[in-house]
Each structure stands twice: as structure tokens, then as C-alpha cells.
Design a protein around this ligand. Sequence first.
Ligand SMILES: Cc1ncc(COP(=O)(O)O)c(C=O)c1O
Length: 312
Amino acid sequence: MPRQVFDRLKNLGLKVAFKKKEEAVCPVIGEDKIAEYQEKAVKKLKKLSRHGYVRITSRGNSAIFAALFIAKKINPKPKLIIPDQGGWISFKRYPLILNFAVKEVKTHYGIIDLDDLKEQSKNASALIFTSFAGYFAEQPLKKIFKICKANNCLVIEDASGAVGDRKLCNGKYSDIIVASFGKWSPVNSGYGGFISSNNPEHFNAAKEVFSMISVHPSFFKEVIPKLNNQRLKSILEKAEAIKKDLKKFQIVHPDSRGLNVVVKFDAQTLPQLLDYCQKNSLQYVLCPNYIRLNERAISIEAKRIDFLKKIC
Ligand SMILES: Cc1ncc(COP(=O)(O)O)c(C=O)c1O
């Protein structure tokens, strides 16, 4: 009980039992320490995103909403482009809240069709897409950026699968980057995310949304050790090993880097694939599924492996 409350009660003639020494329930991080950790986390993310402005958010989804809000204000055109598969659920839902007309750009099993993008990006406010399509195939980021810039269409890269990657999560070829630090992301902090940009006007335009987003003060310290490419590298290596094991099956984009391995199946191969997953303790997602592939296939989720647990 705080001393002032105790004194007031005593003045009122009330006897209150006072514990001599209060035990701290949890360690308290001082304001200056919080600011220090926040600065450190932001600095790391600036390096990883190659962007000058970074904001840590409560979720990947809140970062996505902020990015779309920025697009609406900075580049006000009715159309917003998303990939026809290999995207994220919020790409379909959030733009409607902001009165965007959502148009799908064609993909080749998740990888954006550049000819269609040339057409679709005309008169579009922004393109939002995942830089690892459905977490299983790498997008041609530089080419996408070039086409969109020629048509004055903002590029919003969802780099949830690519934080720490040498080529993707790349502010050189993205106007805005968003990412999730959720459970099965390469940066798996359980929750949180970030948004970044090189343009101060973007962050200024998002002020109202930013005022709705915060994280617990302890989050900055927790996330710092995870802001690197270690887990991402382990996942990419594991996915390559899975592809080797399954080379006689119909792998989608076998030569592209990815965090998951997507394999088409038929009545004969499905039991074999399920057996492989079970024997190797691998989780999977059945497709068709917008967030992976719109075809009959199985997505073997190397990104869900808990590498740390296995080492300890
Ligand atoms: C590609 C992608 N973007 C965004 C999100 C949303 O992230 P969050 O759950 O942190 O809001 C997810 C979540 O899994 C995701 O996979």
C-alpha cells in the first residue's frame, strides 16, 4: 500500500495492517531503460528493412492497416491491388474498410505476373503483397517496384516471412514494409510487428492509426535478441532439405527459396506425403487456400518448427 494512502487512513482513525516490506511482483523496467530498448529495437529494424523510419506495432495486422491508411491519404485512387493467391487474409478485408476497390493481380502459383501488374498498377493507389508468396516462393521485388513506380502505385511489402533476408524485406524496392512477429514468423515473439518507410510524410499521414497502436513496455527488450536472420536461415535450410526428400513429388516452384514446401497431390501421393509429415513431425496446411496456393496441394510448414526447443 502506498505510504500516502496509509497515512490518510491513519488520520481517519482506521487501523490498517501494514506489510513492512512490499515484495516486488515483477521486475520494473524504468522509463529510461524502456526508451533505450525501444531505440535499440528500432535501430535494428532500420538496418533490417533498409528504411529510415520504423514503428513497432502491436501486430502485423495493425501494421497492414496503417500501411493501407497511408496509401489512402498519400496516393488517393480508388483501386488497391493484391495477389490472386499467396497473400494474407487481411489483404482482402481491410481495404474495404477504407473504401478501396480490391483488384487481384494474376500470379503464377503466387509469383506476381509482371505483364498483368503493368496493366493493373495503372490508376492503382498501392499494391500489397507478401515478398515470400504464401511463404513458399520469392517475389521478384526489384521488377515489381520498377513497374509500380512507372505507374505511381505505392509498393507495400508484407515481409512477415522475410525479416532478416538478404534480398527481401528491402526498403530499396518497397515504399512501405510491414511484418508480423507472431508465433510462426521468423521473428517469433508471440505478438507484435512493425511498419517502416523512408518517407516522413508516410508516418505523418498515419498519426491517427498510430495513436491506436501500442505494445507492452517489456516488448522492446524481449524482441531485440530475435531481430536477426538466424531463425529465418534455419527455416530456409530445412525447407531445402524437405524439397530434397520429396524431389520425386510435384513440388510447386522447386527452384525458388521459401519457408514452406508446397506439393501438389493426387489420391496416390497424398497418403505418402501425410506419412512423411507425420514421421518427420512436420505440420501442414491443406490447399486450396488463399494464403498459400489456390490449387489442390499440401503446404509443409517448415516455418512452424521450433528450432530452439530442439537445440535445448
Ligand atoms: C503474411 C502475414 N501477414 C500478416 C499477418 C498478421 O500478423 P498478426 O497475426 O501479427 O496480426 C500474418 C499472420 O500470420 C501473416 O502470415
